[in-house]
Design a protein around this ligand. Structure first.
Ligand code: E4P
Length: 217
C-alpha cells in the first residue's frame, strides 16, 4: 500500500519524507490557501523533495478549461498528476487528458458509480473522501470496499486513493481492504508511529537504564 501525504506545507512534507514512508503528495486549493503560497512554486518545491506522484488541482468548471489547466500543470514536472473535480465536465477532461498521456486523480468522489465512470474514462486515481462521508453519518469505508469490489470485478487499472483520512482507523481499514493508496495528513502519519504502551515501555527502559552499572571512563 502506498502512502501519500495530504499537504501543501513543504516543512511537513520534508519531515514525513524523512520517515521514509512518503510515496507521493496530494494538494488542493484549501491546503494551498492554508500555507498562503502559489500553486506552481509550491508544486515545484514539492517535486524537489518527493520523487513520486504529486497531485495539483485544476479548478475550471468546464472540460475545455480543465483540459487547458491540466496541460499547463503537467508541464511543471513529469511527476505531476492533474487533480480533476468529479462531474460530467471532469470526466470529459479525464478522457481527453488520458488520451494525451497525462495522469489524472479525480477528486470529490462520494459514490461508487462516480468511481466506475472515472475508471471507464481512464483515470489514473480516484479519491473517495471517507472523512467527509463519516461527517454526514454515512460509512466512508464502505464506499472504499464497494469501489475496490467493482474495480476487481472488471480488472480496471484505476487506483483507489483513499482521501479525507482523519485517523489511524481509516488507514488500518484501507490497508485491510487492499486500497492502493491512502493520502494522510501529517498528524495521522505521526499517530501511526505512536502507541501509549511504546511510550510507557521507553520510560521504563530509561528508568531501569539509570540503575545499570556503567563502565568507568
Ligand atoms: C485529498 O486529495 C483531499 O483533497 C483531502 O484528503 C480532503 O480532506 P478533507 O476532507 O480533510 O479536507
Amino acid at each position: 500500500m502506498k502512502f501519500f501525504i495530504d499537504s501543501a506545507d513543504v516543512e511537513e512534507i520534508r519531515k514525513a519524507h524523512a520517515m521514509g514512508c512518503v510515496d507521493g503528495v496530494t494538494t488542493n486549493p484549501s491546503l494551498l490557501a492554508k500555507v498562503g503560497r502559489g500553486l506552481e512554486e509550491t508544486i515545484r518545491e514539492i517535486c524537489s523533495i518527493v520523487d513520486g506522484p504529486i497531485s495539483a488541482e485544476a479548478v475550471s468548471l468546464d472540460a475545455e478549461g480543465l483540459i487547458a489547466e491540466g496541460r499547463t500543470l503537467a508541464k511543471i514536472h513529469d511527476n505531476v498528476v492533474v487533480k480533476i473535480p468529479m462531474g460530467v465536465e471532469g470526466v470529459k477532461a479525464v478522457k481527453a487528458l488520458t488520451a494525451e498521456g497525462i495522469r489524472t486523480n479525480v477528486t470529490l468522489i462520494f459514490s461508487a458509480n462516480q468511481a466506475l465512470l472515472c475508471a471507464k474514462a481512464g483515470a489514473t486515481y480516484v479519491s473517495p473522501f471517507v472523512g467527509r462521508l463519516d461527517d454526514i453519518s454515512q460509512d466512508g469505508m464502505e464506499l472504499i470496499s464497494n469501489i475496490l469490489e467493482i474495480y476487481q470485478n472488471y480488472d480496471f487499472d484505476t487506483q483507489v486513493l483513499v482521501a479525507s483520512v482523519r485517523n489511524p482507523v481509516h488507514v488500518l481499514q484501507s490497508a485491510r481492504m487492499g486500497a492502493h493508496v491512502a493520502t494522510l495528513p501529517y498528524n495521522v502519519i505521526t499517530q501511526l508511529a505512536n502507541h501509549p504502551l511504546t511510550d510507557a515501555g521507553i520510560k521504563k527502559f530509561l528508568a531501569d537504564w539509570e540503575k545499570v552499572p556503567k563502565a568507568a571512563k
